[in-house]
Write a protein that binds this ligand. Structure first.
Ligand code: HEM
Ligand SMILES: [Cu+2]
Length: 647
């Protein structure tokens, strides 16, 4: 076998990465053995089917990926901070912007959202778990091992280097001969299947498992946003699945779907990619809208203004999201009629989005506002996201886009949409729901420090890019000469990126500090919440609700507190729960090896792993889990302990 193809050569950077990965792995293994935590890890986490623990694992993985994607971002900003920098060469710059984009969107923003959704949705609808808990574990492990597969590409074989959009013919074997884009097609495929399964699982959960009395129009706004998002997932992800499969055939087996020869068509890739890719943006942004809606209502002490119009706006956005994909390639020559159509549909999205912005503002009006950390992120989101939206309308004009296309103006625009629209939201949601999951709050002072660092630095990093774009600096350009005059603004942007890094470090430090020193909360309702998740004890017992709540209004928990309406009327009886299982984890591991062997065209091992996947799936289909019961006495004892009172 030719070992040469596994090796990556290059700067000290790569060797540094290899050594730190090796050291971190050894450190974790030694630590687990020394503290005798292997059994705990396996029993409590790797085999869990509990939606809360799966959610926590998603969020931990997302934080790890935020770090990785952030390091990529810092490397790019450093490389372009001044003219003619020699920190990264062209090839590595290509790899770094590609993995940065992929990791941030697919392995950071989306899993973070899915993590919050896992933790919160069953609680918000008064359910004891998701509809298919074991399938939920399958989703997580496929996502996780897909993400790991992409991550090892940097040190084994080389990363994808044709941009996160992997346009053909650039991404074809002819022009990208390394294994990088094989990793792309397989890693995204594996984690994408996991996401698709999540979509099915959450649609069924929300439609079938709501507490008695919770009609669709009494669902909390976050639940609505997640329902709509998962419908988008179920329609959009199969397109990605097919596109990636065709890409794999082209690269591994010499088919010609995306080449101009033999009846293929390179624009077919661009179309398929964006038919998935644009809805993907809404997959991360709609749940964010849901999170902000919850936070605004809670910290204004009012119910959400324009509930019905909020729901309808999200439905309209989800429909429109499938009708705008060609705005990503106005300049590729599809003619005036087509460009006009996509121009109009794109601009139309601003209408329902504007409706939502106004609804949030009206909710704030005359509210009794408390400026907690999650609320600060929410308030900052509104104006910053609006800048992203307005520049989006500028880009939507096809004729004007001939000027902006593929410049730093676009890079500024989509970071102005994605960072407030997804990252601030998950951070806000993280601060907001943290006490529910762990039973104590994050420190507010540290939280606000981090907030100001992040908000100010964000603008310092990205606002200059609008001007750089208008000055003619194209995206994905690894260096430039002094005469271009791009230097000073890029330096400013680099300074902002350093500030952002400091902000994120403060956030991580806050998690550490609060875990050690914050007082444990015994009320289980630290923010005076409105929705059902705040009616459970914190930390949440495995069965969530000792008694299934009866919902009579929107914001049922708030009503129950204000008007003394009882939520829990039945008696405590025994509760049925599913058993843990190791099979989803093992399935993920086998998928990882299947992907890895295919990346390197190692056919025999790949066939063995492929058979392994089929055997595992067959074995899982014969699994009969009758679950187990928690007795009424046990439930009563747990409730007493967690609530510090008699039930
Ligand atoms: C944390 C601070 C961040 C910084 C400093 C940053 C910086 C950058 C830079 C410098 C580029 C490449 C520009 C170029 O040369 O073309 C880029 C591209 C990109 N970024 Fe970020 N970014 C950040 C966060 C994010 C986040 C949170 C997301 C998504 C949720 C994101 C998504 C993307 C995408 C999709 C690309 C395009 C990659 C490509 O061209 O293929 N970034 N970013
Ligand atoms: Cu789009």
């Amino acid at each position: 076998m030719d070992l040469e193809k596994f090796k990556v050569h290059g700067e000290p950077l790569i060797y540094g990465a290899m050594i730190s990965i090796a050291l971190a792995t050894i450190g974790i293994l030694v630590g687990l053995t020394y503290f005798k935590k292997w059994g705990y890890l396996w029993r409590e986490w790797l085999t869990t089917v509990d939606h809360k623990k799966i959610g926590v694992m998603y969020i931990l993985a997302a934080l790890l990926m935020l770090f990785r994607g952030g390091v990529d971002a810092m490397m790019m900003r450093l490389q372009t901070a001044a003219p003619e920098m020699k920190f990264l060469d062209a090839q590595h710059y290509n790899e770094v912007f590609t993995t940065h984009g992929l990791i941030m969107i697919l392995f950071m923003a989306m899993p973070f959202i899915i993590g919050l959704m896992n933790v919160i949705i069953p609680l918000q609808i008064g359910a004891r778990d998701v509809a298919f808990p074991r399938l939920n574990a399958v989703s997580f492990w496929l996502f996780f091992f897909g993400a790991m597969l992409l991550n090892i590409s940097f040190v084994i074989g080389g990363s994808p280097d044709a941009g996160w959009s992997a346009y053909f013919p650039l991404a074809s074997l002819e022009f990208s001969p390394t294994v990088g884009n094989n990793y792309y097609s397989l890693a995204l495929q594996i984690s994408g299947i996991g996401t698709l399964i999540t979509g099915v699982n959450f649609i069924v959960t929300i439609l079938k498992m709501r507490a008695p009395g919770m009609t669709l129009m009494k669902m909390p706004m976050f639940t609505w946003s997640v329902l709509i998002t998962n419908v988008i997932i179920v329609f959009a992800f199969p397109v990605l699945t097919v596109a990636l499969a065709l890409m794999m055939f082209d690269r591994l087996f010499g088919s010609q779907f995306f080449t101009m020869a033999n009846g293929g068509m390179d624009m077919l890739w661009a179309n398929l990619f964006w038919v998935w890719g644009h809805p993907e943006v809404y997959i991360v942004i709609l749940p964010a809208f849901g999170i902000y809606s919850e936070i605004i209502a809670t910290f204004s002490k009012k119910n959400l203004y324009g509930y019905t119009s909020m729901v309808f706006s999200m439905v309209i956005i989800s429909l429109l999201s499938f009708l705008v994909w060609a705005h990503h390639f106005y300049t590729m020559g599809q003619g005036v009629m087509v460009n006009s159509f996509f121009s109009i549909t794109t601009m139309a999205i601003a209408v329902p989005t504007g409706v939502k912005i106004f609804n949030w503002l009206f909710t704030l009006r005359k509210g009794r506002i408390t400026f907690t950390t999650p609320m600060l992120y929410t308030l900052a989101f509104i104006p910053i996201f609006t800048i992203g939206g307005v520049t989006g309308v500028m880009l939507a004009m096809a004729s004007a886009d001939y000027q902006y296309h593929n410049t730093m103006f676009l890079v500024a625009h989509f970071h102005y949409v994605l960072i407030p629209g997804a990252v601030f939201a998950v951070i806000a949601g993280f601060h907001y729901w943290f006490p529910k999951v762990f039973g104590f709050r994050l420190n507010e002072r540290l939280g606000k420090h981090a907030f100001w660092w992040i908000i100010i630095s964000f603008n310092v990093t990205f606002f200059p890019l609008f001007f750089l774009g208008l000055m003619g600096m194209t995206r994905r350009m690894y260096t430039y000469s002094e005469e271009t005059g791009f230097g000073p603004l890029n330096m400013l942007s680099f300074a902002g990126a350093v500030g952002l890094a400091i902000g994120f470090l403060l956030l991580v430090y806050n998690i550490y500090w609060s875990t050690r020193y914050m007082p444990r909360d015994t009320t289980s309702d630290p923010w005076d919440g409105r929705t059902l998740e705040w009616a459970t004890p914190s930390p949440i017992p495995a069965y969530n609700f000792a008694i299934v709540p009866k919902v009579k209004s929107l914001d049922p928990f708030w009503e129950s507190k204000q008007k003394n309406v009882p939520l829990f009327e039945d008696k405590i009886t025994k509760i049925h729960l599913p058993n843990n299982t190791g099979k989803p984890f093992i399935l993920g591991v086998i998928f990882f090896f299947l992907g890895f062997f295919l990346v390197f065209s190692m056919w025999i091992p790949a066939i063995v792993a492929g058979v392994g996947v089929i055997v595992m799936l067959a074995a899982m289909s014969f699994d009969q889990d009758h679950g187990f019961y928690v007795s009424a006495e046990e439930v009563i004892a747990t409730e007493k302990k967690l609530r510090g009172e008699t039930v």
